[in-house]
Design a protein around this ligand. Structure first.
Ligand code: BGC
Length: 359
């Protein structure tokens, strides 16, 4: 009897140990890395979550442009916010025989399975803009997202002229690691102000799928709850900022309440010039897109990619390249986004009386 229990115990132990080893093998080792020779052409797969926000079309265009410049073949797939579709599309890219995958994940946790599938075929994976969590992903290229959250909150805190000031926080999609990092940065700045009694949080919520309509709802409800006594809305990107502005317009408060954003979308730059959105975070996309393509070519050739830091994704410290974001308001819009050719002043000021246009 005792002997049989021992056997059962040993069996269970072997099962548990076997599980760990096999999951390690899947995520950690994978198949032998494919390596392309110096003159062999490289084939890159780019798996994108969405083209919904203006910036992603730019990412796509610039990745395509630079892939052409370096002589790499490129296949792009867009999943339109559907996790299963993104996994299927990534599998298709692997079946096509791409040498390296660049993935902008819809859901940072779910996309770990894309890394596992790629590694089973010896294909390295770059996590693009958004971090793929809990996986053996090879490289992460993005901007300094926590710093962006800090910049948004600090800008509003520096410009609000009430104490205590009532703040509303509108996060992005909770399945996007960037939304969580932005919130972390926002709270790094707001928490001490809350503790000092300078800031009160009316509400702090995530907008599902980064939807402007979700942001609109959050801000409408916050206005009702606070009897319209809202001084600032920390909106995490420009889409949600425009939802917030729409809610404020409904109460004739647009232009009276500070609103942050991110992406330097044309529609938001127009609102900034009109005074309805206060600031945005400008992330030049070209260094990100070109950096990803250059890194993809190197990884496919088995060459070293220079990185600046590492980011813990829950599984390992991922080598990372994190680019600098720039805070933009009406005052520096011309010397930043316009100077870089990101948007022209004509586009931004179209339909506005010329005297309203910043010089
Ligand atoms: C990106 C933002 C974008 C948002 C919604 C984030 O992960 O960093 O630039 O606005 O997703 O697509």
């Amino acid at each position: 009897m005792r002997r049989s229990s021992l056997i059962v115990l040993l069996f269970i132990f072997a099962l548990i140990a076997g599980g760990c080893v096999s999951s390690n093998q899947q995520t950690n080792t994978g198949a032998a890395r494919k390596k392309k020779g110096p003159n062999e052409p490289i084939s890159i797969g780019f798996s994108m979550d969405t083209l919904k926000e203006e910036r992603w079309q730019r990412d796509k265009d610039l990745v395509e442009k630079h892939a052409k410049e370096v002589g790499a073949q490129l296949s792009v797939q867009v999943a339109n916010g559907d996790d299963n579709l993104q996994i299927k599309q990534a599998e298709n890219l692997l079946t096509q025989g791409v040498d390296v995958l660049i993935v902008a994940p819809h859901n940072g946790e779910v996309a770990a399975s894309i890394v596992e599938a790629a590694h089973r075929q010896g294909v390295p994976v770059i996590s693009y803009d958004r971090l793929i969590k809990n996986s053996d992903v090879d490289l992460y290229i993005s901007h300094q997202v926590v710093k962006m959250g800090e910049m948004q909150a600090k800008y509003l805190l520096d410009h609000v002229n009430k104490k205590p000031a009532n703040f509303v926080i509108v996060g992005g999609s909770p399945t996007d690691n960037n939304a969580l990092l932005l919130h972390q940065g926002q709270m790094n700045v707001l928490k001490p102000a809350i503790d000092r009694g300078d800031v009160k949080i009316v509400t702090d919520q995530y907008a599902k799928e980064w939807q402007a309509s979700a942001a609109l709802n959050i801000v409408e409800n916050a206005l009702t709850q606070a009897n319209n006594q809202v001084d600032a809305v920390v909106a995490s990107n420009d889409g949600t900022a425009r939802g917030a502005v729409q809610a404020l317009e409904g109460q004739n408060l647009a232009g009276k309440v500070l609103v942050s954003g991110q992406d330097a979308d044309l529609a938001s730059l127009k609102l900034i010039v009109e005074g309805k959105q206060t600031m945005t975070i400008y992330k030049p996309i070209q260094p990100l897109a070109y950096g990803a393509v250059d890194a993809a070519v190197k990884l496919a050739r088995g060459e070293k990619v220079d990185t600046t830091e590492t980011i813990d994704n829950g599984f390992k410290k991922v080598p990372a390249i994190l680019l600098e974001p720039i805070a933009v308001d009406r005052n520096n819009l011309v010397s930043t986004v316009v100077k870089d050719g990101y948007h022209t002043l004509e586009e931004i000021c179209a339909n506005l009386p010329p005297e309203k246009c910043p010089k």
